[in-house]
Design a protein around this ligand. Structure first.
Ligand code: SF4
Length: 372
């Protein structure tokens, strides 16, 4: 059994560590590229969400290099994610591929069910092996999140364009290769050093413009599909923070779901004046996180959404009211297979320009007063 899965940012480092730790043979698909997207778009229904199309491309490219089993996360709720697994299975079967697909549904309080599904992927293992594989995978995931947060702080003050991104790539490689908890810790330390070295000598990062990234988890986390929004903003001197990191997503998707702790989370409370109901995906979090960034006096928020993503369309409808009430500029970028780097760059430059003008105005007149 050669197991593969779809890419979502650097999640592959965690998933690979977990599955290999449990004895599976893992085939990591090639990183998403124009070829991946072109294969996925050619074989998916036109109206399908962009993540589904890229996933199809990932699976086909992984099967081309030997994968025969696909693991994917299932979903529930009002959007199309719950259908993804079956639709993808049908598309791939229709193309003649022979494979097994194992869909790991959200636990909804039933951890046993998740373990059964994982067991189908990796066979029987003693409990101790589950514990050590999960610990190593978790340590890697935390290290990846920490490095991604660090690179966001370094990019606006890097000494040479691209130096921070190159340091991050080297650091991620070290984390990926680390075979023990001690090695992950060492890789993280070395990675942080490399990122510090990427800073311009004497760089002052005390007051760069700050922009929060919110939106649908896949486009937020996958730089290939969002045309590398985070890197581009960082290289324009902007300090970027995103509303979700991989660790948050796993905590939400797995642990809180196992313990049924979905309600009462901060973004849900903050979104309430604007959006009171679960709309699927991360629609409510998009609204709540925008409120949070406004409260933290960020200079702007960018919402990232796949074309036709229902939860993000609902959030997009609500965001002008948040922007008006709390005085924070908000821009939405919608991505599909026709999105281009040049088009996205032009919109980012215009938004950063607007944010900087608004900062200059505020430095003379004081921050806008929140309404309502
Ligand atoms: S959250 Fe949006 S992109 Fe993701 S499956 Fe649902 S509708 Fe599609």
């Amino acid at each position: 059994m050669k197991v593969t899965f779809a890419h979502m940012g650097n999640l592959y480092i965690t998933v690979k560590a977990l599955l290999e730790g449990l004895g599976a043979e893992v085939v990591v698909p090639p990183m998403p590229s124009k070829r991946t997207l072109s294969i996925g778009s050619r074989h998916s229904p036109e109206f399908a969400c962009l993540p589904l199309k890229v996933n199809i491309g990932n699976y086909i490219e992984a099967m081309e290099i030997g994968a025969d089993t696909i693991a994917m996360a299932g979903g529930v709720g009002p959007c199309r994610f719950g259908l993804y697994g079956e639709v993808q299975r049908e598309i791939l079967k229709g193309l003649g591929y022979e494979f097994e697909m194992i869909i790991i549904e959200p636990p909804q309080g039933r951890l046993r069910h998740v373990l059964q599904q994982v067991g189908r992927l990796v066979g029987r293992n003693p409990v101790g092996r589950y514990v050590s594989a999960a610990r190593l995978a978790w340590a890697k995931m935390m290290a990846v999140d920490e490095l991604e947060r660090s690179v966001q702080r370094v990019r606006p003050v890097e000494g040479r364009r691209g130096a921070a991104t190159a340091a991050l790539a080297s650091a991620l490689r070290l984390v990926d290769e680390a075979a023990s908890m001690a090695r992950v810790k060492r890789a993280l330390g070395e990675g942080q050093e490399m990122l510090l070295d990427a800073r311009a000598p004497g760089a002052d990062s005390s007051d760069p413009p700050r922009i929060g990234i919110v939106g649908e988890v896949y486009v937020v986390l996958e730089p290939f599909v969002n045309c590398d929004v985070e890197r581009r903003l960082g290289e324009m001197g902007v300090l970027v923070e995103r509303s979700i990191y991989i660790g948050d997503w796993v905590r939400e998707h797995l642990f809180k779901d196992v313990l049924r702790l979905r309600k009462g989370r901060k973004p849900y409370d903050l979104a309430k004046p604007y959006l009171r109901h679960f709309v699927g995906g991360h629609g409510v979090e998009t609204v709540g996180s925008t409120v949070e960034y406004a409260r933290q006096r960020f200079d702007g928020v960018i919402q990232l959404a796949p074309f036709t993503c229902m939860p993000e369309i609902v959030a997009q409808d609500v965001l002008p009211a948040v922007s008006r009430d709390l005085g924070i500029p908000v821009m939405t970028l919608v991505f599909d297979e026709h999105s281009s780097d040049a088009g996205v760059l032009t919109r980012l430059e215009a938004f950063v320009d607007l944010v900087e003008r608004s900062r200059r105005r505020q430095s003379m007149t004081g921050p806008p007063r929140a309404r309502g």
